[in-house]
Design a binder for this molecule. Structure first.
Ligand SMILES: [Zn+2]
Length: 414
């Protein structure tokens, strides 16, 4: 397989060009369904039009597609999102798109057994209307027009009206699903947005999937009473039970590999200095890639809270606030991605993704994998988001190698 042709330096220069065009001292401004997003899109479309043999179209959900036909209509997809949050970073989403553009430059003109397609998803961030993964969710059928029909932005503009300004009819967005009919693999490069690769001093990693989440409210009920008159051994202190439980949740997660447990909110009542608290409600957000591990974490957390509640003389009840299954990526594509990363950087690491990505929508439908490139200080969704340029170049080369391998892999699958 040839690797010549991919100009990773050019991709980095184009990222800077895009940042200059649609960013400034406060960061990137490519919020979906705005004029600056359109400007970024026009810039990308212009670049794609400069590549011979590409067919370019926008689908019913506003996703931009560039297709390099192969001998078969079966297609390998390279995904990205050029939209950003307000005051966002120069790499989140843009790297995926611009790296895929460079890969298309090299691979599109060549004869290939399968079709190769770049997709720039519309509104991954949900920054204006609060619904993330809009374009990919619409294509995948996970986003239902009725569920988002009443969304408004901060200025009171309704989502359907904003979409119309960009030629998108909300009730028709699921028709974008036909774009996925012949798709056999989905590849996405993204910045890590966390500190793991930087701490390991590695430029690149292979993503195993996106975390499942269990999110609960945990309520402890005791009896509040006077802080002076009540001896320590007869108290039924709901806050103390909650605090002991929170450290148990944390310790359980810390003893496992690559999982998370977070207590985010804590509310107490009566919350005055002269009484201990009879009521305490707190949240627990648990994340893991393995559904059995996630289920075990939840059951251990319940047991811990019940044991502590009994010791503290209070009762405890649990209420599920939200849940999503883990979304594992494809084992064979993970292996190909690892080969690609090894070839360009000599070492690789497998890690889960904390944030959701468009790849999570695609992984429900087809074999999917993601590459992560190191984020400095784990920062993202801020103008301080950054990655060393040499690592960005490695990431473009790794995506190119992965695309080549995936094309061969797709050609040999029945
Ligand atoms: Zn992103």
């Amino acid at each position: 397989m040839q690797t010549e042709g991919v100009d990773a330096r050019r991709a980095v220069e184009e990222l800077k060009e895009l940042a200059y065009l649609t960013g400034g001292p406060d960061g990137a401004r490519r919020v979906a369904w705005t004029d600056e997003w359109r400007e970024a899109r026009d810039w990308l479309r212009g670049k794609l039009e400069g590549i011979d043999s590409l067919e370019i179209e926008t689908d019913e959900a506003g996703n931009l597609w560039a297709t390099a036909p192969g001998d078969s209509e079966r297609a390998v997809l390279l995904g990205g999102h050029i939209d950003s949050v307000p005051q966002g970073g120069w790499l989140d989403g843009a790297l995926n798109t611009v790296a895929a553009l460079e890969v298309m430059r090299v691979l599109a003109p060549r004869q290939r057994p399968v079709t190769l397609r770049l997709v720039d998803w519309a509104d991954e961030e949900g920054a204006r209307f609060g619904r993330s993964l809009f374009g990919s969710g619409a294509a995948a059928g996970a986003l239902k027009p009725d569920d988002v029909h009443n969304l408004k932005d901060r200025d009171g503009v309704a989502l359907p009206d904003a979409l119309l300004e960009h030629g998108v009819v909300l009730d028709r967005v699921n028709e974008a699903g036909r774009q996925l009919e012949n798709a056999v693999a989905y590849l996405e490069l993204h910045i890590e947005q966390g500190p793991v690769l930087e701490r390991m001093n590695l430029p690149l990693g292979v993503v195993l999937g996106t975390f499942g989440v269990e999110r609960h409210a945990v309520r402890f009920t005791g009896q509040h009473a006077h802080s002076g008159s009540t001896p320590m051994d007869v108290r039924r202190d709901a806050f103390i039970a909650a605090a002991r439980s929170a450290t148990a949740f944390r310790d359980d997660a810390a003893a496992r590999d690559d999982v998370r447990a977070t207590t985010g909110f804590v509310n107490v009542s009566p919350a005055i200095v002269t009484a201990f608290n009879g009521l305490c409600e707190m949240s627990l957000d648990q994340r893991a890639l393995d559904p059995d591990v996630l289920a075990d974490m939840l059951s251990k957390a319940r047991q811990a809270s019940e044991r502590v509640a009994e010791e503290e003389g209070v009762s405890v009840e649990w209420e599920r606030l939200w849940q999503i299954e883990p979304i594992p990526f494809d084992g064979e594509l993970i292996s190909l991605a690892e080969e690609a990363v090894m070839e360009v950087s000599g070492q690789s690491h497998r890690l889960p993704s904390g944030p959701l990505h468009d790849a999570a929508e695609m992984a429900r439908l087809m074999p999917t994998v993601m590459l992560f490139v190191k984020s400095l200080r784990g920062l993202s969704h801020t103008k301080d988001e950054d990655t060393p340029e040499e690592d960005l170049e490695l990431s473009v080369r790794a995506l190119h190698r992965l695309a080549e391998k995936s094309v061969d892999w797709a050609a040999h699958r029945s």
